[in-house]
Write a new protein. Structure first.
Lengths: 285, 246
């Protein structure tokens, strides 16, 4: 079945919040269950390394029978050896427990070498056609293994290698893998700033019918001692100015949009409520 | 390795090693011209937005090899990221922990600690029929007498610290050998015990790969086990120290 048909079977999850393993133990961090009592929250996006399993917050959410998506943090989609028996076994256990609506995650370099101590980092993919094809193979393999949609996300970066525009790369990736896309608008804004493009550069030719999920998050604009300006994607409350117009433009024009996540897991409840209200107003249009 | 993987590995090496990065950008490293062209389009300042990257990674490595790090000292340990060992590990998908442990060269105490790291990663396939292999939870090692005591003492001295600016000094070790068996428990914890020289002689060759049951039995008999060779083998199999291919 082609993506255009498969996407109709995906549930509409609406507004969601992300969590990462152990995020709830940060003093003052968000409690997803408490947030749910204040916001029309449709799901929890659980970001976790497969070997760690679910933490207390995620377990409580799953135990209550509430909807989830699974966000991988340890998979290089373009390396076939990354889909090893051990990782797939851990993933299968998580999926059996969570029953996520779909799998998603940054399509980039999560670790160098094997998954091992000290090997974690996150780099964007090399923006070339070959790289898109290699990642598409990984998406197809994982979709086949799990029987669930695998939605690639555009990662953040301080630099990008490759001759394709990031949006062109993800359009090709979606086409080669016949899949949807998770468009992280904060990461997109970071890319556009880094490459000196206008915030919406490249959106005109992007197939918005592939967008299944959107992420909104805050980031901190920083400067190195030698004057290089970059954004730390720290999921703080300072949403970059250009993210809101991007949300205004993309959300209403994405016919298969099923979910919008605010990534704010380490912030207090009262501080995140206005951001949820603002996103909900856009998504409701 | 496809082109994007090759570029990603180069990028990782450039992020960690500013001397390598400078050589790449100055054209002093032998690279494919198109790869170099992509790498040089990046603002050179963008490679150093995270000044703590090497320190964080070193801390992760030393959480497993704390004594090795302490014997090196901080500044020498950070030199790892400029070493051939580091670059080879990145290019070959190797383990940074194991690579660091081998590169450190701090003597028998480091070798013992490296054995614990190797054991955590050991994934041994079942041996062929008629052969015996070392169980993946066990690693024999022979080191100078006093190594285990020195290792334990240094760990206690370190406490929660994983590194100090000045290297710790290793105590003198004996001339004779002590034979140790490093064991990984089901919960992942590591224990180190002393074993006899004969058992060490039987188990150590298995680190290189399986041996036939006949070879093992003959060796035990040559070491004086006599008629008990069979029983010893059965005991080692029952304890999981040996795996049978049958």
């Amino acid at each position: 079945m082609a993506f255009a048909e498969r996407v109709r079977e995906l549930p509409h999850l609406g507004l969601g919040v992300s969590t990462e393993y152990g995020a709830g133990s940060t003093p003052g961090a968000l409690d997803p269950m408490e947030l749910r009592s204040r916001v029309a929250l449709g799901f929890l996006e659980v970001g976790v390394e497969a070997a760690k399993g679910l933490d207390e917050d995620a377990s409580a959410w799953v135990a209550a029978g509430l909807a989830t998506t699974y966000h991988f943090l340890d998979l290089n989609l373009d390396e076939p050896e990354d889909l090893d028996e051990r990782w797939l076994g851990e993933l299968d256990r998580l999926v059996a427990t969570m029953k996520p609506a779909w799998l998603c995650g940054d399509a980039g370099l999560w670790h160098f070498g094997e998954r091992d101590r000290g090997h974690m980092l996150l780099l964007p993919p090399v923006l070339t056609d070959d790289s898109a094809k290699a990642m598409a193979d990984g998406i197809r393999a994982l979709r086949e293994h799990t029987g669930r949609e695998v939605i690639p996300e555009n990662p953040p970066g301080a630099f990008y290698l490759g001759d394709l525009h990031l949006l062109d790369f993800y359009a090709r990736l979606a086409d080669y893998a016949d899949t949807g896309v998770l468009l992280d608008l904060a990461h997109l804004a970071i890319y556009q700033r880094t490459r000196g493009h206008s915030p919406a550069d490249g959106l005109d030719g992007f197939p918005l019918d592939r967008v299944v999920e959107i992420h909104v998050a805050g980031g901190r604009a920083l400067r190195t001692q030698d004057g290089f300006e970059f954004v730390d994607d720290d999921h703080s409350l300072g949403v970059l100015d250009e993210v809101w117009p991007l949300l205004d433009r993309v959300a209403p024009s994405a016919p298969n949009l099923k979910a919008v996540v605010l990534e704010c897991e380490r912030n207090p409840l009262a501080a995140v409520l206005p951001l949820f209200d603002r996103i909900a107003a856009v998504v409701a249009r | 390795v496809n082109r994007s993987q090759r570029l990603q590995r180069l990028a990782v090496r450039m992020l960690y090693d500013e001397r390598f990065r400078a050589r790449v950008l100055d054209g002093e490293e032998a690279l494919d011209d198109s790869d170099r062209a992509l790498l040089t389009t990046v603002d050179p300042r963008a490679w150093s937005t995270d000044p703590y990257r090497s320190g964080r990674t070193l801390a992760a490595i030393l959480s497993e090899l704390p004594v090795t790090g302490a014997l090196l000292g901080a500044s020498r340990a950070l030199e790892f990221f400029h070493s051939t060992a580091f670059h080879t590990a990145i290019e070959g998908r190797g383990s940074l922990v194991l690579s660091f442990g081998r590169w450190a060269g701090v003597g028998p105490i480091g070798e013992l600690e490296l054995a614990t790291a190797q054991l955590r990663r050991a994934r041994r396939s079942p041996p062929p029929p008629g052969s015996l292999a070392l169980g993946e939870r066990f690693h024999p090692i022979a080191v100078p007498e006093g190594t285990l005591a020195a290792y334990d003492s240094l760990r206690r001295t370190l406490g929660p610290e994983t590194i100090s600016s000045e290297p710790l000094r290793a105590p003198p070790l004996g001339d004779d050998l002590e034979h140790l068996l490093v064991e990984r428990a089901a919960d992942g914890s590591i224990a180190i015990g002393t074993i006899g020289e004969s058992l060490s002689a039987v188990l150590a060759p298995l680190l290189a790969g399986p041996r036939t049951e006949r070879e093992m039995r003959d060796q035990l008999q040559s070491l004086g086990a006599g008629d008990e060779a069979e029983e010893i083998l059965r005991g080692l199999l029952a304890d999981g120290v040996l795996l049978s291919g049958s």
